[in-house]
Design a protein around this ligand. Sequence first.
Ligand SMILES: [Fe+2]
Length: 429
Amino acid sequence: MTRVTRRDFLKNSAGAAAAFSLAGAVNLGLGVRRAVAAAQAGGPAPFQGIVNLKWPLFSQPAMLLPGGKLPVRLKDPVAKITAAQLMATDGKTVDLDPKQLAGDGAFTLPSGATPGVYGLRVHSTLGTGVPIVDEQPRAVAVYPAFKDDFDFIFFADIHFGEHDGVMPDAPITPEIKDYYKMRAKALIEIQKREPEFIVLGGDLHLYPKSYHLGFPESYAFLTHYLRSPLFIVPGNHDTYHMKVKELGGKHVYASEYWDKYYGQRFHSFDYGKLHVSCLNTSDWPEEFIHWGTETTTTGTLLNTGFQREQYDWMKSDIEAATAAGRETVVCCHIPLHNIISGKKLGMPPVKLPGAPEGAVFDLFNKNDVNHVFVGHLHWNDEKVIAEDVQEHMVRNVGGDFLESDAAGFALVHVRGGRITGHDIVELRL
Ligand SMILES: [Fe+2]
């Protein structure tokens, strides 16, 4: 195959042709507001989102080489895929052969497939016979080769739906415009570095009061400005639920929005010799993430929780990576030096469900886990959290940047397939 440069690779990626400006960011934000207002008045939803597709997704793309296997998984266990296509930037589609699904449930990419990041369209039929079409932008990344030396980017806390003015008829203040511009500037600067992939470590949104705006905003901005494969996990602000007075007393659940826009909450992937484990640190039963209640505001707002299912998955996922000779880098939202699942909290004390800190650190110590990237507290920090495990805290992109006058992200260096260091890039409007 002819040599494909990084630039050619991105040229084949959906959205690559868009020209970006910070004024455009305000227009993009205002467009989302209009679409949300129209939906509230009975119009169609701003985005269709995920219907029946489980994987791959925009928020957790498949990473493969030409000729590689592409398993496509559906949410409905009795549903059948009737057709699937890869969608290139120029509007061309490549049909995947449905006959291949009969075997191990995976398509095989043609060995001459052009490297690039493709959208995926999947037609399926539910058990009831109802036909469904799922479309996910940039869900399949075909690389010319996996490199040993490359950079990726970790960022967190972009907080869409921030501040007042989240109701459709609210005035758009200069501050809201600056927030749109700063987020766009950060996304443009992230993409400019042409990272091999990007991990967004949570807090895409803010509070239940603004989820109806925040989720369409995050989806619009991330799909518009980023072209490298993007992996997303939720932060605490992407998990709350509460009754919202301003929305006519409707009980708003982040989980319903997350299922529709971003899908699974923890997942992992391999890029060459490196394994990346993307964890959900706000993994709590609903009673512990009810916004405005005491356990939430004093406990799970600031601290990490892992329930049994995620812990068991994380253990087998990380152990398998070690057995395959891969270093695992963990990317998540709340610092892991704050794990409170398995501990007691409050007065009278409540035992918080889930895996204790010791079990998680023991797993890291026994395996090739040396680096954890987190966000959450909106400043940069370094901490040793277990024997050989360094936690790197990375400042925010949205949130209180107007007060602190900067936003930032981490450019992580991988050399010889292992993490060798990172730089924090800080930005001002
Ligand atoms: Fe945050």
